[in-house]
Design a protein around this ligand. Sequence first.
Ligand code: AMP
Ligand code: GLY
Length: 430
Amino acid sequence: MKVLVIGSGGREHALAWKLAQSARVHSVTLAPGNGGTRRNPVFHHLDISDPQALCQWAQQETIDLTVVGPEAPLAAGVVDVFRAQGLRIFGPTRAAAQLESSKAFSKAFMKRHRIPTAEYDTFTDAALAHAYIDRMGAPIVVKADGLAAGKGVVVAMTLAEAHEAVDFMLLDNSLGVQHNAGGARVVIEEFLQGEEASFIAVCQGTTALPLATSQDHKRLQDADLGPNTGGMGAYSPAPVVTPEVHARAMRDIIVPTLQGMAQDGIPYSGFLYAGLMIDAEGRPKTLEFNCRMGDPETQPIMMRLKSDLFELLWAATDSQGPEALQQFDLQWDRRAALGVVMAAAGYPFNPRKGDVVTGLPADQEQAMVFHAGTTLSGDQLQVTGGRVLCVTALGDSVKAAQSLAYQTLQGIQFDGMQFRRDIGSRAIKS
Ligand code: AMP
Ligand code: GLY
């Protein structure tokens, strides 16, 4: 079988690495991949991103299965384009990807289908948004509608911060959000308290097979300080997702979401990622949906996956229906896995390019370095910005995985590198 993986991040490196382990997979091509995947002769590469051109190439090369990593190609309709040509691809259609690409869509969807989430309202008019904030008080959360690379959310602890967020989202668009039809729009919602977890399922229609649980660390600095990022580290499993929380997340969120999408005439297939906020009583609410795997959650999850990822996604794209997915026996390594992200100087606001990465350890069964923002220049590995590497390790406990991950990253060096020293701390009882 020939497989195509679309994307260039640590998530795609981890997916490609796992797919390549399948006995049924003969070749894995990444479009475009990164410096780490390009250094590995196992992988092929392709510098095309346009969905139509990718589809043409996949037809010519008789690609058997395409797996989409990031949200942008999904929101651009890559699944629709491939399916129209009869190609097998795992991911939601453009319409279904609105669960992530439009906060206004996903909030209205959750309300309509009674899926637990924060109370909210939607605004295009700044004066009305300001008045709403004054009425509701702080803390309050302001979210840009449209894809913003994980940076379109302001958790405002004061009224002033909330007003400022409305102005830069509705009036200035200093984040460069890709607006949906109708222009700039914000969702303003109730501030929820609790602990977050990432709940990701492999879905086809109304069938969902949940993956191992995970948790990421969104803030740049230790102790959850500093700005929000795409994620600075993650681990699996997440102890906060007890069997009871897990059952509630499936019953109250994942299953009704898939049923609601089917009812609304936009059946969902692909990875469905619910960002959960779990309150002190163990009740999960949906902070957001993503229509893809998490990054960096994928890296520890893939290290723990014992089943064949190709077989799993092959089952999930079976045109005969969901039976193959329903019968799939998902096996996990009992060990925990933990990944520490190393980011470029200036990340997340103004990441620097060109720094040289040295001291990478060889990959091992228990410790892998997944690449993201790297490129090969001759033999030299250079930073291309953003999150650069995710050093991921297995261990008998989250603590053991944490020790090995930090031990593994010790020799790695690039100017201005930033990483947190407390990944996994919430899951480790001292
Ligand atoms: P989102 O992209 O919607 O997941 O938001 C990014 C981050 O902002 C989340 O991971 C939370 O840490 C935080 N956040 C989002 N919505 C809320 C909320 N309603 N209450 C508290 N924190 C939130
Ligand atoms: N790590 C969070 C995300 O992938 O959205």
